[in-house]
Design a protein around this ligand. Structure first.
Ligand code: ADP
Ligand code: MG
Length: 392
């Protein structure tokens, strides 16, 4: 089945989309990666998202306009990718859209909202579209996150001979941990890039949106006292499963914690980078993770990766490329797999990971103009095989 998976993460730096041929061979899901694109939002849409995210106030009018603009941009990206990878004959497109609010109280997720009206994608491409993929897991008592835990468990195995971690360093850091004699576990750890991005964007008036190559953090010096203040965050002490987002970790949060201290911008970025590394490392040590495979934009920040490696001696950290999955398209592949499972009426969550009462078939389905043929007698996969190569 010709499937496109697509997401713009909490950093809204780009829409990541992957075209993949998926087929079930018994209980093995075989993924033939065809192409990956990383497509930016037009500047006006990017600015409108930035202006609407919490803690900013917004209007229903702005929400409607954003839903439309994001949906149209996703439709354009899907149409182009489907044209080049599948000659325009894409069967299924699973769109995560853009998270604009993830409603969490304590350790409970109560609601979640992703924008990017899927009707525009179905109308433009003729494909069956699966969208709104987090809501069902929240309705089943889960966090609706991290949904990547499904792919992690399929790839690493539910019960390998050693404790293994899959780490994602996006706006937020999240981890999936699998190992012998324990159910797989997954949760959001804390801010990976969100706070650094917020400070850099504020410092440069939006001209730069992240600390390219970790250069600022590399020049700066960590302020241990301020780091300790940040580490005091009650979210870190909550037991998993748990999820968080930019509703908590935003520029105002940094300013409150800096609380009038005099600190240079490079030192602040260095301290926030150390915070990201420290929160991840101490959780991975506590969980006794033996090795780590990582994905997400944070893997392209050498200062962050060095800070992490220094805190995890003897724990090899590789990227998803070792599985033939370019790290930048891992999350998009997650949504392609979810779309495939949904149209086969197969569940796509791991309840011990999202905290839900049961595994759910995810998403809302928007029928496409082209008739969709699904495999009869498909069974839920227990492993994933990835074929290469993929063009990025
Ligand atoms: N070359 C780079 N140097 C430093 N940081 C980077 C680089 N490329 C990406 N990043 C960081 O990764 C973030 C995007 O990562 P991504 O995995 O797409 O997160 P999300 O899922 O939240 O969109 C950027 O906002 C930035 O902080
Ligand atoms: Mg991104």
């Amino acid at each position: 089945m010709r499937v496109i998976g697509m997401i713009s993460g909490t950093s809204f730096d780009a829409i990541e989309a992957v075209a993949v041929d998926l087929a079930l061979e018994g209980d093995t899901l075989v993924a033939d990666l065809r192409a990956h694109v990383s497509a930016a939002y037009p500047p006006d849409v990017h600015a409108a998202i930035a202006a609407s995210l919490p803690p900013a106030a917004t209007t229903i009018e702005a929400v409607c306009k954003l839903d439309t603009a994001i949906g149209k941009r996703f439709a354009e990206v899907a149409d182009e990718l489907g044209g080049s990878a599948f000659d325009g004959e894409t069967d299924v497109i699973c769109s995560h859209g853009q998270t604009v609010y993830h409603w969490v109280e304590g350790a409970q997720a109560l609601g979640t909202l992703q924008l990017g009206q899927p009707a525009f994608i179905a109308e433009r491409t003729g494909a069956t579209v699966v969208a709104d993929v987090r809501a069902r897991d929240v309705a089943a008592g889960g966090h609706g996150a991290p949904l990547a835990s499904l792919l992690d468990v399929l790839l690493l195995g539910a019960s390998p001979d050693r404790v293994r971690g899959s780490l994602n360093l996006g706006g937020i850091s999240n981890v999936t941990v699998v190992g012998p004699d324990r159910a797989p576990l997954a949760y959001d750890i804390g801010p990976a890039n969100a706070l650094v991005d917020a400070v850099v964007a504020a410092e440069t008036g939006g001209a730069e949106i992240f600390d390219t190559g970790g250069a600022r953090a590399g020049r700066g010096t960590v302020d241990p006292e301020l780091l300790a203040v940040f580490l005091d965050e009650p979210y870190y002490a909550l037991a998993p499963p748990k999820s968080t987002g930019k509703e908590l970790f935003h520029l105002g949060y940094v300013r409150e914690h800096v609380d009038g201290r005099r600190i240079s911008s490079d030192d602040l970025v260095a301290t926030l980078t150390a915070l990201s590394a420290e929160t991840v490392a101490r959780d991975l040590r506590r969980l006794r993770v033996a090795d780590v495979v990582a994905a997400g934009g944070g893997t392209r920040n050498p200062t962050l990766m060095n800070e992490l490696a220094r805190r995890l001696p003897g724990v090899p950290i590789e990227t998803f490329d070792v599985f033939g999955i370019p790290e930048a398209c891992k999350e998009a592949l997650v949504f392609a797999i979810i779309g495939f499972l949904t149209v086969h009426r197969l569940p796509a969550t791991v309840p011990s990971c999202t905290g839900s009462r049961r595994a759910s078939v995810l998403g809302s389905v928007v029928p496409g103009e082209r008739r969709l043929r699904v495999q009869d007698g498909a069974v839920a996969p227990s492993s994933l095989t990835v074929r290469t190569p993929v063009r990025s």
